[in-house]
Write a protein that binds this ligand. Structure first.
Ligand code: UP5
Ligand code: MG
Length: 220
């Protein structure tokens, strides 16, 4: 994809920082297509004939990063599906767990805008995606203290059914985030491509701050 045809924003932040919550609002108001790498991996894992099901399940439970070939292929497919105006190409997946993004159609004459949520989580993923798929315009980084993220995830874990919303997996996810994913944010910070937003306040306030930054950066 060429950056002149599509706008890609990476949405990063620790586990439970509120990436998904903010993306949902941005979709509703600004017509972004939201692609959560974690959601795409969970949908792939749930697909009965997926060759990666067991691998994804194990990686997610251990808070480890799934090999990027899998994740990038899922993201690229989802971008293509969303950009296609051919309904047959869009509704190929009848899995109810598949994120709603595949139903968002963008006319080809209009620039598609993607929020890539929870990706890249590793330096080499960032380089590969930007060289092979599309350059990102900038990174929205939701910054939240670990104690608050832990509180949110344990609370959500009571009902989410997510296999990684338990104390043991949460600890591992935090470690991976600090050791492996924060260096990606730092890499983009050095290039002055990070918009950092304090994700501690309630969702409405975080969203207001996000809007203010988007107005500055995209003229939205
Ligand atoms: N909540 C949200 N905002 C709040 C606020 N401002 N105040 C109070 N509460 C707030 O929110 C989490 C919870 O907090 C919700 O209950 C929400 O209501 C509340 P959410 O918006 O879901 O936060 P988010 O940052 O999206 O948290 P998530 O758990 O999705 O983050 P992760 O980054 O851990 O999960 P993800 O799905 O991206 O990845 C899961 C796993 O997949 C990874 O650990 C990894 O194993 C694998 N993965 C890869 O291998 N590669 C990838 O590229 C991506 C994922
Ligand atoms: Mg999420």
């Amino acid at each position: 994809f060429s950056a002149s045809d599509v706008t890609v924003l990476f949405v990063l932040g620790g586990p439970g920082a509120g990436k998904g919550t903010q993306c949902e609002r941005l979709v509703a108001e600004y017509g972004f297509t939201h692609l959560s790498a974690g959601d795409l991996l969970r949908a792939e894992q749930a697909r009965p004939d997926s060759q990666y099901g067991d691998l994804i399940k194990e990686y997610i439970r251990d808070g480890k990063i799934v090999p990027m070939e899998v994740t990038i292929a899922l993201l690229e497919n989802a971008m293509r599906a969303s950009m296609s105006t051919n309904p047959d190409a869009i509704h190929t997946d009848t899995n109810p767990n598949t994120p709603a993004t595949t139903t968002t159609q963008t006319p080809q004459n209009k620039k598609s805008k993607f929020l890539i949520d929870g990706f890249p989580r590793k330096y080499d993923q960032a380089l590969k995606f930007e060289s092979a798929v599309c350059e990102a315009k900038f990174v929205l980084f939701y910054d939240c203290p670990e104690a608050e993220m832990e509180r949110r995830l344990l609370e959500r874990g009571k009902t989410s059914g997510r296999e990684d919303d338990n104390a043991d997996s949460i600890r591992k996810r935090f470690r991976t985030f600090v050791d492996t994913s924060m260096p990606v944010v730092e890499y983009y910070e050095k290039q002055d491509r990070v918009v950092k937003i304090d994700a501690t306040p309630p969702p409405e306030e975080v969203y207001r701050r996000t809007q203010a930054e988007l107005v500055k950066r995209l003229g939205e």
